[in-house]
Design a protein around this ligand. Structure first.
Ligand code: ATP
Ligand code: MG
Length: 343
């Protein structure tokens, strides 16, 4: 397997809000966490990806002090999960994988109750509840019992609940699983807003699109172990590299273009490919120098180019390549990234 772990010449920048080293949690024979290392820098979103049973929820539970790890260390906002659980709990918010609101209480009562549990005065708990209802567009449904909320409203209420104590670090365990695309977008907007206000987020997800939208860095875990980590684009580049897509004005130029690149040794190890149905030439790109040389050569030979750009593999392809299985989200859309190249 390719070594996908972070290399030393690319250290993370900025102070760490979450620092996990060698975290282990076994349930009998099951190694739910088998020596996990990860960092989340302050004010950023780390996406933790992994198939079912990878250990994502166990990780979140360890970092929330709900489960005590068997070995390893974890610090959140500088507090040790094992030795300083009380201080740590005051700095975090958690939106669990399964909705945690009280069904019989209204949205407003749920938020008020949590505020009181967090030692807010009656007045402050009321004010905070109303603020958050407003912010998560739940004011109209404030007095309705949570059991009558739609899935999306519940998720928003969950998010609102996790924000009551003004957490510095927020864990979102599969926050949008089961939501329709529109509601998912609303949740993403809220998460982005929290991040813009300085909250650090650790997000577990099986939706590649969600990871692309929200996370700046990713850690992929499988069977309790980290199998890849890095920035989204770095992971894509390491797995598949870039491909240049060139569309000539005239399709009949394609063979000649391919031959020119091959003769100049500019078409990468695997060689370029003609995709005639699309009318494009696909050239594997290994370096910026090669990219410039390819574009330069085609221009020098006088080919009229209608369009060209490079693209990275989709995150779905990356996930498949490193875990050997497809992400289980049924409706995740493979998002292709295109960056335009000036000819
Ligand atoms: N309380 C528990 N008792 C026994 N085994 C457990 C417990 N919690 C988790 N496990 C096991 O640990 C492993 C990791 O589970 P975990 O819930 O952390 O995975 P996950 O990545 O969150 O999966 P999913 O994507 O399905 O939510 C699984 O094999 C699971 O069966
Ligand atoms: Mg889980």
């Amino acid at each position: 397997m390719v070594d996908m772990t972070r290399t030393d010449n690319n250290p993370p920048q900025g102070p760490l809000a979450v620092e996990v080293r060698g975290l282990v949690k076994h349930y009998g024979e099951t190694k739910a966490l088998d020596g996990v290392d990860l960092d989340v820098r302050e004010g950023t979103v780390l996406g933790v990806l992994g198939p079912n049973g990878a250990g994502k929820t166990t990780l979140v539970r360890c970092l929330s002090t709900l489960v005590i790890p068997d070995a390893g260390t974890a610090f959140v906002a500088g507090y040790d999960v094992v030795r300083q659980p009380r201080q740590l709990r005051r700095t975090i918010g958690l939106t669990g994988q399964y909705a945690s609101v009280d069904e019989k209480l209204s949205g407003r009562e749920n938020l008020y109750m949590i505020g009181r549990l967090l030692d807010l005065s009656r007045k402050d708990a009321r004010t905070r509840a109303d603020e958050l209802l407003e912010r998560f567009s739940l004011t109209d449904a404030a007095k309705k019992a949570a059991m009558h909320y739609s899935g999306g409203m519940r998720r928003r209420l969950d998010l609102a609940a996790s924000m009551i104590g003004h957490p510095a670090v927020l864990y979102l365990d599969e926050p949008t699983t089961g939501l329709d695309p529109r509601t998912r977008n609303e949740v993403w907007d809220e998460v982005q807003r929290m991040v813009s206000e300085g909250v650090t987020v650790l997000l577990t997800t099986q939706y590649m699109e969600e990871a692309e939208q929200l996370a700046s860095e990713l850690t992929v875990i499988d069977k309790g172990k980290v199998i890849a980590s890095g920035k989204v684009d770095e992971l894509k580049a390491r797995v598949g590299g870039r491909t240049l897509k060139v569309r000539p004005v005239s399709v009949s130029d394609l063979p000649g273009m391919a031959r020119s690149l091959s003769e100049a040794g500019l078409d990468g190890v695997a060689g370029s490919q003609i995709a005639s149905e699309e009318g494009v030439l696909l050239v594997p790109i290994l370096s910026d120098e090669q990219l410039t040389a390819v574009v330069g050569l085609l221009a020098a030979r006088g080919y009229a180019i209608a369009d060209l750009g490079t693209y990275l593999p989709s995150l779905d392809e990356v996930f498949l390549s490193i875990t050997g299985q497809k992400p289980s989200a049924p409706d995740s859309v493979p998002a292709q990234q295109t960056e335009e190249v000036a000819a």
